[in-house]
Design a protein around this ligand. Structure first.
Ligand code: BGP
Length: 465
């Protein structure tokens, strides 16, 4: 297909604090839920590599920002760790402030615009033990944390985000039982999703309060990042398949999009939740909080589509109503290492959904990438990983992005996920995403893969064409 992106289209990369920093117990950082899980059940993690390591960004950030610059990136997103910025009494940890100030400075020195996200699945342990997102106290605590971050770093950072993928914790921890505490309770998951949504809205409220007080950069913007992939159903769907699609799209996508664009939750989704006794615990006055949640723009993380059909059973094993089942499309091309379908056109379909349903909201691709196992086998005689599969993956996605822009999508930029190999939650370092390899046996040494040279050239070409 080939692609030409607008000249001001930005290129960068995404990462997160808990997956890169390491130094889990240094610099006054308190434990988070990943440290708790790692301490309690280390064998749940691939090769017993728990939350402790990251890729040593804590010590390597200067070198990393130099590489970002060398590769021609103009922006990088990471997340601040709540458990590094505040202590258990919600007081500022000055060593944490010092670290993030050094990171911010290093980004500036290298001409990299730093996008700062506040939460990437990393609840401090003491809040998790009080019920985590099931407890409304945590919602208030998050607003305080956001306020502390805006107040401390407000002048230094232009682009803030409240959450990365707020749908993932309700799904992984509470509905599907995949992450600690391994619950399969759709109703509790709904409460968690609802409370995270409130936390987002209160944090946006804090952003505007700080802005009014003149504490923020004059061009500061606030955003929300989620994996909003539009779901697909079968070619000749039944009415039940279409209904499953409506609720899947409603809970995973429109829920967040409606908050971000309109400051409210989707009414049809709530009407259905009421009918099937799945409403979250709501309080009088919540609708006022939701009005705060509108944002300046969105980040869209895209790895794979979701393919949905009507559920085979009406209720799940806990007696909760089921809205849909997934299915495997017969023509699906798979990333076998991660078990995710590769479907680049999904990125275009999202662009068209935004154009048609949320025309005023701009967005950028906030994550997209390919994790591959055992990449050592692709090394050439000079020891460089020849990751042509990754180059192909990114090229195909960029082609569909270019086409979506041509057809009216307001997509402003692209961040690759995991520019430098990093820690992938319970998968540890099993699947590597980076354009830059990390050697775990040699002090986290960084080495460019073939894709690093390729992305550099691609960005240079796009800017000069
Ligand atoms: C996204 C997360 C990232 C990252 C990525 C790849 O959902 O925002 O944190 O991990 O997925 O997934 P994984 O690391 O599980 O392979």
């Amino acid at each position: 297909m080939g692609f030409q992106l607008p000249k001001d289209f930005f290129f960068g990369a995404a990462m997160s604090g808990p997956q890169t920093e390491g130094a889990y117990n240094k610099g006054g950082k308190i434990r988070n839920v990943w440290d708790l899980w790692s301490d309690e059940r280390i064998s749940d993690f691939h090769n017993r590599v728990g939350s402790y390591v990251g890729n040593n960004f804590y010590e390597k950030y200067e070198e990393d920002f130099k590489s970002f610059k060398d590769l021609q990136l103009d922006s990088v997103r990471t997340s601040m760790q709540w458990s590094r910025l505040l202590d258990e009494n919600e007081n500022i940890n000055m060593e944490g402030v010092e670290f993030y100030n050094k990171v911010i400075q290093s980004a500036k020195n290298n001409n990299i615009e730093l996008f700062m996200n506040l939460y990437h699945f990393d609840m401090p342990e003491y809040l998790y033990k009080k019920g985590g997102w099931e407890n409304r106290e945590t919602v208030e605590a998050f607003a305080n944390y956001a306020k502390a971050a805006f107040t401390t770093f407000g002048k230094e950072i232009k682009y803030w985000f409240t959450f990365n993928e707020p749908i993932v914790e309700p799904d992984q921890r509470y509905r599907h039982g995949l992450w600690y505490p391994f619950l399969k309770d759709a109703k509790r998951g709904m409460n968690v999703q609802y409370n995270i949504s409130l936390a987002h809205c209160l944090a946006v409220g804090e952003f505007y309060k700080a802005k009014e007080k003149g504490l923020l950069h004059e061009d500061a913007q606030i955003g929300l990042i989620n994996c909003f992939a539009p779901p697909y159903t079968k070619e000749n769907p039944s009415a039940e398949d279409l209904e499953a699609l409506r609720m899947e799209d409603g809970i995973n996508n429109r829920w967040w999009l409606d908050i971000a664009a309109n400051g409210k939750l989707p009414e049809d989704v709530f009407a259905t939740l009421k009918e099937v006794d799945m409403l979250p615990e709501m309080r009088a006055g919540d609708s006022e909080i939701f009005k705060l949640g509108k944002v300046d723009w969105l980040g869209f993380n895209y790895y794979h589509p979701s393919r949905i059909q009507a559920p085979k059973e009406r209720f799940d094993e806990n007696g909760h109503y089921k809205f849909s089942d997934t299915y495997v499309w017969k023509d699906a091309k798979m990333n076998v290492y991660r078990g995710w379908e590769i479907y680049p056109k999904g990125i275009y379909d999202f662009g068209m959904k935004m154009k048609n349903e949320y025309p005023h909201l701009k967005f950028f691709i906030a994550e997209n990438g390919m994790g591959v196992e055992n990449e050592g086998r692709f090394k050439n005689e000079d020891g460089e990983i020849q990751d042509d599969y990754r180059i192909e993956f990114v090229t195909e996605h960029l082609e569909w992005i270019a086409k979506s822009i041509e057809d009216g999508a307001q997509c402003l930029g692209y961040h690759y996920w995991g520019l430098i190999d990093n820690w992938s939650w319970s998968n540890g370092f099993k699947n590597r995403y980076g354009f830059i390899e990390v050697d775990l046996t040699n002090q986290y040494k960084r080495t460019y893969k073939k894709s690093a040279h390729w992305i550099k050239e691609t960005i240079e070409n796009n800017k000069s064409n």
